[in-house]
Design a protein around this ligand. Structure first.
Ligand code: CA2
Length: 155
């Protein structure tokens, strides 16, 4: 059985279309490929990584709440468009009180002004934006090196 701290990689609305549309903004890599690379990296670092994407805000809230019963130690999350709108998702992350790193593929600060505000950044352990898929790698490495608490050995 896989062991090691469990991290959830969460993707918000429309990120399932990565690699299929707007490669000039979001790059050519598909979400599947980002997930595969992220899982390989996590495994190499001795972490367990599970991924989830939804186009529905409520499903993302449900998934975050579920983390408490699944012994999840934190999240890497790209909330996508709901970054700029969702008090519900912010409240869910505050309620579970697990560390999270916010990732954006694009540099949200050099796009439309409404993208510069995030409902998550002031609660995040770290924020990465504008690095494309490399941002996920940075977030996973940051979890590994800086955020994870040692697990109590189970008997
Ligand atoms: O840069 C990012 O990662 C964003 O979180 C992406 C969101 C956007 O609303 C945020 O402002 C910044 C949009 C994700 C949409 O993904 C698509 C992928 C391919 C084609 C169309 C949309």
């Amino acid at each position: 059985m896989a062991s090691g701290p469990l991290i959830w990689l969460l993707h918000g609305p429309n990120l399932n279309m990565l690699g299929m549309r707007e490669p000039d903004i979001y790059g050519a890599q598909t979400l599947e490929s980002i997930n595969t690379q992220s899982m390989s990296l996590a495994e190499a670092l001795g972490l367990r990584l599970e991924h989830f994407q939804s186009n529905h805000e409520g499903e993302l809230v449900d998934r975050i709440q579920l983390a408490l019963s699944q012994k999840v130690q934190g999240f890497v999350i790209n909330p996508a468009a709901v970054t700029h709108t969702s008090v519900a998702l912010r409240d869910a992350l505050a309620a579970v009180a697990l560390p999270f790193v916010e990732v954006h593929l694009s540099n949200i600060h050099r796009r439309e002004p409404f993208r510069s505000h995030s409902y998550f950044s002031d609660k995040a352990e770290a924020v990465v934006c504008g690095m494309g898929p490399l941002g996920y790698e940075a977030a996973i490495r940051f979890f590994h090196g800086h955020l994870l608490k040692p697990m109590t050995p189970s008997r």
